[in-house]
Ligand binder design. Structure first.
Ligand code: ARG
Length: 293
């Protein structure tokens, strides 16, 4: 008599909790350039980046991200050199995308391209009003457990755009006021990590917002980044499970992250720093697109 009878009922719950691979949206840098100045990093760098080096660096990032997640691609469009920074396309959760409403006219031309990509991929797209600028995942990051949404209030995203987000998802919003022009998007200075900790540069925030971060995270959960690492875009980190992908950082921060059990992958992204972005700006986190389910 066989002792290996498959009990289907018993396997069902297991199958339903099998982890799905994280999906990221990226845009190849074939049309990437620094064409204008809309943040301090771009000043002095107009047309100073090498497209060849940028392509090489982006490809390394693509390979690193592909090793831990699935990558979807959106086609670059003429006239939208910053489209490589897909984190700014919008914010997605549960199949709903809050489409960005860019502050600067220079990036507003990206909106219809991202809208049609999301719609074709099967997402429900909700436009955010032009009168309340919102720059997507660049300024809106979920806490590790997904119950809280940290939203930047600064040069790009208006405080008045925050409330509408709570009508799309059942989350509490914590608004964080950005005060240093170099850290103009929340994802340049703040990164909730999968172990429940946060990687951040305190000086980028107003005293009130710093207090809000300290009220949310215990001292042990706060990984404070120095100005040296912050300006290397250390907080602009892609984190999936125990892997963290970021631009080159100091050995001391690397050791700190490794001692917490993270596998750290450094990818040189100097060509993208000239436009004010690094690893996390170059990807947008997505739930599995409807057509792939
Ligand atoms: N040049 C781009 C801009 O200023 C860089 C965007 C960086 N993206 C980000 N998620 N921080 O809009």
């Amino acid at each position: 008599m066989s002792t290996h009878t498959l009990d289907l009922a018993a396997t069902q719950p297991f199958l339903s909790v099998l982890p799905t691979r994280q999906v990221f949206l990226m845009c190849p840098p074939t049309l990437y350039d620094v064409n204008y100045v809309i943040n301090p990093w771009m000043a002095g760098n107009v047309h100073a980046s090498s497209r060849e080096r940028a392509a090489e660096q982006w490809h390394h990032l693509y390979q690193a991200v592909s090793s831990i997640a699935d990558v979807q691609l959106v086609e670059p469009q003429p006239g939208s050199p910053d489209m490589v920074f897909t984190a700014n396309a919008g914010l997605e959760r549960n199949g709903i995308v809050a489409l960005s409403s860019f502050f600067h006219p220079e990036r507003q031309g990206e909106e219809p391209h991202f809208r049609s990509w999301f719609q074709r991929a099967g997402y429900t797209v909700v436009d955010t009003p032009r009168s309340t600028p919102f720059e997507g995942e660049g300024d809106a990051l979920f806490s590790t457990d997904g119950s809280t949404l940290f939203v930047g209030e600064g040069p790009r995203t208006a405080h008045s755009s925050h409330h509408a987000l709570t009508t799309l998802w059942p989350v509490q919003v914590i608004s964080l006021h950005l005060i240093d022009p170099r850290f103009y998007h929340l994802d340049t200075c703040f990164a909730p990590l999968t172990d429940g900790s946060v990687l951040y540069f305190p000086e980028a925030f107003s005293a009130e917002s710093r207090a809000a971060i300290e009220a949310f995270y215990t001292p042990d959960q706060r990984i404070i980044v120095t100005e040296e690492d912050a300006t290397r875009f250390a907080c602009n980190a892609v984190n999936v499970d125990r892997t963290i992908i970021l631009n080159n950082i100091t050995p001391s921060l690397r050791t700190q992250l490794e001692s917490r059990g993270f596998h750290v992958i450094e990818v040189t992204l100097s060509e993208f720093l000239k436009a004010g972005g690094a690893a996390k700006c170059l990807v947008m986190k997505l739930s599995t697109p409807a057509h792939l389910q």
